[in-house]
Design a protein. Sequence first.
Length: 325
Amino acid sequence: MSKPLNVAILAFPRCQVLDVTGPAMVFEAGNDALGKAHYKVHILSAEGGAVQTSSAVAMLTRSVKELPPSSVDTLLIAGGDDSGLQTLVADEAVRKWAVKASKGARRYGSICTGTFALAHFGLLDGKRVATHWSACGTLAERCPDVAVDTNALFVNDGRLWTSAGVTTGIDMSLEMVAADLGNAVAHVIAKRLVLYARRPGYQSQFSPVLNAQSHADAPFAELIHWMRENLALRLDVPLLAEKVAMSERTFLRKFTASTGETPAHFVETLRLDQTRNLLAAGMSLKEIAARTGYSTGAQLSKAFDRRFGMTPLLFRELHCRGQAA
């Protein structure tokens, strides 16, 4: 019987607790789904013992000295407060261990601002990465040789995996498990963790619904949610204006000012965002068109190509292989 694969998650004082526990839950859930220990998760820190996170939670960790770097299959570094990250990267013993572990590991990476530790350790040069939206500009400025994807939930570049932060560490870890054990197991894990959906890496850190709702005035936040749930309807200005009890002219002016998009463009954004999700789920173009308010698959394909520069079928081939399995 083969030994479990060692998954090492590196924590530090003031790290983000979900950056550690989210991936740990996914790998442990993989063991549960298989009914055997395929992974062995190690929560590590410089010296071991209790580590106080940035939340009101302390975690019990083991020292990196207790796990030989050559035994690590997957290494992930959590994100957290700047002060904690600075303490982490200033520890020469941790740096040597992390560099050695990453070079021998089948894969390595980070969650959230853990990318800054990878950068400090010289493990990002020439790579494409993701990090938390609030840190993208700083990372790009400090690391001009690194391609920072400001939108992606997570990025896989060879052996390197990086995620945008917090809950996206779960998405990234699910994708790792899917690569190891297949999509059927990943779907079981997602169901067990009561996740709304498995989110692919290409998805933006900001959904158009949440982004618009966060900026929208009170009458429009609920309307946007309703629009998202009723994409098959004819979502024109007369209907939308009626929903918020405004004249068409007033609605057009206020909605555009509130969201930064005209109603027509915003409706198309919602429809095409949902199209990407349904493509990943394996639904036919004809079915997707019916669900998202397009009269034909050809009409949908034309709009998709205009917005994303590729056909829906090419998008599915490039981004969604295996998602529907």
